[in-house]
Design a protein around this ligand. Structure first.
Ligand code: AMP
Length: 578
C-alpha cells in the first residue's frame, strides 16, 4: 500500500513529502522542483494549468490565472478580508451560494476549494510519480489560526482531489515535529512563519509530545508578495521617469514588474546587488519595443522591506502579549516560510527574540516534512529513527530550485498516552440566554487524542489544541463558553439548556468563535435552528447541545429536543464572516 503523504498547502507554494523507511523526504516533480506554486491558470486552448506553468501565466494572462486563494478559503463574501482582496485582485472574485466566494474565469465560476483541489491534485500526482504508487491518504497542514470553516474548506479541497484526509494539522505544530523539538524535554517554541501572502507567529508549549498553542497571531495580508509589490512600484516609478512608460496602463506590465521584483528580492538574499532586464515594457514610435534594465542593492531592498518586517514584529508583540510571556521564555525560534530566507528578516528576528533563530532546515519544506512524519505516525508505518540524509539550509536565499530534498527529523521518542484532564465545570450563564443553561449540565469526559499505536513500537502522542474558544450566543448577546481555547482535540462537550420564555417553540443555537465575552466581538460560525418544540412553560423543556471538535478541528454541532427525541445537526448555516 502506498504511504500516506504530508502536504503543506501554502498560499504561494505547496510542498508534498513522505516519511518512509526511516527517511523523510520532500517529493520532487519531474523537473526536480520541490515547490509547487499554488497557482491555477485557464489557458485559451482549454487546458487547465497548475503549478509552475500556471505561475508563468500570471504575467501574460493575469485575469485567468488564480493564486493566493488560501487567504480567502472559508471566508464569507463581504468580510473585510474579501473586500480587501477584491480591491487588489488581478482576477475576478464573485459571490457564490451562501455568501461563499467563487472565481470567474473564462465564462465559468469555480468555488475556492475547487481551485485548491486542483493544486492538491497536482501534489498528489507529483507524489504518485515520485513513489510509483497511487496515493490515497494525506495529512494536510493549515495555519493555527484557521477557524472551522477554513479547515472544512481545506478538507473539502483534499477530498475533491481524491485524498482521504488523515488529519488537518497546524503548520507550526508540523514545524516543531520536523525539528523534533520538545519531544524529550519540555520547551516553549516560537514559530515565525513569513510566507508569500501571510504572516503567522505561533507560540507553542511542547512537552511529552503534547503540543499546546499558547498564542497565535497573524496577518493574512502580509508576506513576500507585499515586498514584491513595493519593489515593483519603485521599479515602475524609475521606469516612468527613465522611459516615459507608465506600467499602470497595462496589467501585463504590472505583472511583469512584480515578477522582476520577486526575482531581484530572491537574488538579493545571496548577493549584494542584482539587476533585471525587462523586455518590451512598451513600444516607441515606429513600433520598436522598449526594454528596461533595473539594478537594486540589498540595502535598498532592506529599506523597502523594512515596514513589512516591522509589521511582522508587531504581530510577534501581540502574540507575546496574548501569552503573557516574555521572549526569554522561548527556548527556540523556528523560521518557516520562503520570506524568512531574507538575511534581513533573520537579523531582525534575532534582534527581537534575543537568540539566533533556527533555520537548519529549509523553511519552505519544514512544514511538509512535519506533516509527512505525522502521516507516517497515523498510519502506523515505521517511524523515522535514523537521520539518513539531512541537507541543512544551504545559504540564506538559495533559489528554490537549489534546495534539495530528503532529510530525516530527529528521532521521535516513545511515550505513554497522557490522559486529558476532564473539562472544568460550566461557567455561569451571563444574562438571559436563548436557552438557559440548566445548571445540571452534563459534562462528558474528553476523548484523549491518542494517535493509533503500531503494535510493536508505540508511536508518539501528539495533541493539538483548539486555538480559539467556541461558544453559543445567549439572549443577552453574551457568550456561553462550550469549548475553551487551548482544549486538546478531539473533544466533545455537551450542555443542557432550557427555553427562556413561555410557549417558546423554536430555539436558535448560534455558534461563535473567539475570546470576546460579547458575542458580536467573535466570528459567527453558523446557526442551528431547532423548531417545532412543544409549547411549554419556560424551564419545562430541555435541549441538549453537543459540540464535537474532531482531530482536524472540524466542529460538529447537534441540538436535541430531549422530550421528543428530535434532533438537528444538518441545518447549520453560516451567518457571518469566517
Ligand atoms: P511560501 O509562501 O512559504 O512558499 O513563501 C513564498 C515567498 O517566499 C515568496 O514571496 C518568495 O518570493 C519568497 N522567497 C522564496 N525564496 C526566497 C529567498 N531566497 N529570499 C527571499 N524571499 C524568498
Amino acid at each position: 500500500m502506498a504511504p500516506a503523504v504530508g502536504i503543506d498547502l501554502g498560499t504561494t507554494n505547496t510542498v508534498v513529502a513522505v516519511s518512509q523507511g526511516g527517511l523523510t523526504r520532500v517529493l520532487l516533480d519531474e523537473s526536480g522542483a520541490n515547490l509547487l506554486p499554488s497557482v491555477v491558470s485557464w489557458h485559451p486552448d482549454g487546458r487547465v494549468l497548475v503549478g509552475r506553468e500556471a505561475r508563468r501565466r500570471r504575467v501574460v494572462d493575469a485575469r485567468n490565472t488564480i493564486h493566493s486563494v488560501k487567504r480567502l478559503l472559508g471566508r464569507r463574501w463581504g468580510s473585510p478580508e474579501v473586500e480587501r482582496a477584491r480591491r487588489s485582485s488581478t482576477f475576478e472574485l464573485v459571490e457564490g451560494p451562501k455568501r461563499s466566494i467563487e472565481v470567474a474565469v473564462r465564462g465559468m465560476r469555480y468555488p475556492l476549494p475547487t481551485i485548491s483541489a486542483l493544486v492538491v491534485g497536482r501534489a498528489k500526482q507529483i507524489a504518485e510519480q515520485a513513489l510509483g504508487e497511487t496515493v490515497t491518504q494525506a495529512v494536510i497542514t493549515v495555519p493555527a489560526s484557521f477557524n472551522d470553516l477554513q479547515r472544512s474548506a481545506t478538507r473539502r479541497a483534499a477530498k475533491e482531489a481524491g485524498l482521504e484526509v488523515l488529519r488537518i494539522l497546524n503548520e507550526p505544530t508540523a514545524a516543531a515535529l520536523a525539528y523534533g523539538l520538545g519531544m524529550r524535554t519540555s520547551e516553549r517554541i516560537a514559530v515565525y512563519d513569513f510566507g508569500g501572502g501571510t504572516f503567522d507567529l505561533t507560540l507553542l508549549d511542547v512537552s511529552d509530545n503534547l503540543v499546546e498553542v499558547l498564542a497565535t497571531s497573524g496577518d493574512s495580508f502580509l508576506g513576500g508578495d507585499d515586498v514584491d509589490s513595493a519593489v515593483a512600484q519603485v521599479i515602475g516609478r524609475a521606469m516612468l521617469r527613465d522611459t516615459g512608460v507608465d506600467a499602470n496602463m497595462n496589467i501585463g506590465v504590472v505583472a511583469l514588474l512584480r515578477a522582476a521584483a520577486e526575482h531581484l528580492k530572491v537574488q538579493l538574499s545571496t548577493v549584494e546587488r542584482a539587476d533585471v532586464e525587462l523586455k518590451a515594457v512598451g513600444y516607441a514610435e515606429g513600433g520598436h519595443p522598449i526594454d528596461y534594465k533595473y539594478e537594486l542593492t540589498r540595502s535598498e531592498l532592506e529599506t523597502i522591506a523594512k515596514p513589512f518586517i516591522d509589521r511582522t514584529l508587531a504581530v510577534c508583540d501581540d502574540a507575546l502579549r496574548q501569552s503573557r510571556l516574555d521572549v526569554a521564555a522561548f527556548g527556540s525560534v523556528i523560521l518557516v516560510g520562503g520570506s524568512s530566507k531574507m538575511p534581513f528578516v533573520q537579523e531582525r528576528v534575532e534582534g527581537f527574540f534575543g537568540k539566533v533563530p533556527r533555520i537548519e532546515y529549509n523553511p519552505d519544506e519544514v512544514v511538509a516534512v512535519g506533516a509527512a512524519i505525522m502521516a507516517a505516525v497515523l498510519t502506523g508505518q515505521e517511524r523515522p529513527v535514523e537521520p539518513v540524509s539531512m541537507p541543512k539550509m544551504p545559504r540564506a536565499g538559495a533559489l528554490p530550485s537549489d534546495l534539495a530534498a530528503g532529510f530525516a527529523p530527529s528521532p521521535l521518542p516513545v511515550v505513554a498516552p497522557t490522559p486529558v484532564p476532564l473539562p472544568p465545570p460550566p461557567p455561569p450563564a451571563a444574562g438571559q440566554p436563548h436557552m438557559l443553561p440548566s445548571g445540571r449540565s452534563q459534562q462528558l469526559p474528553a476523548v484523549p487524542s491518542v494517535l493509533p499505536m503500531p503494535p510493536e513500537r508505540p508511536a508518539p502522542l501528539l495533541i493539538d489544541v483548539t486555538p480559539l474558544t467556541l461558544s453559543v450566543e445567549t439572549i443577552a448577546g453574551m457568550v456561553d463558553v462550550i469549548i475553551e481555547r487551548n482544549t486538546a482535540v478531539p473533544c466533545t462537550r455537551k450542555r443542557r439548556y432550557t427555553t427562556g420564555v413561555d410557549g417558546q417553540t423554536e430555539v436558535v443555537v448560534r455558534v461563535v468563535q473567539g475570546e470576546g465575552a460579547v458575542a458580536s466581538q467573535n466570528a459567527v460560525l453558523g446557526e442551528l435552528v431547532l423548531s417545532g418544540l412543544r409549547p411549554a412553560r419556560r424551564g419545562d423543556l430541555w435541549i441538549e447541545v453537543a459540540f464535537e471538535l474532531d482531530a482536524d478541528g472540524i466542529l460538529h454541532v447537534r441540538a436535541v429536543d430531549e422530550a421528543a427525541g428530535r434532533e438537528v445537526q444538518a441545518q447549520m448555516r453560516v451567518t457571518a464572516q469566517g
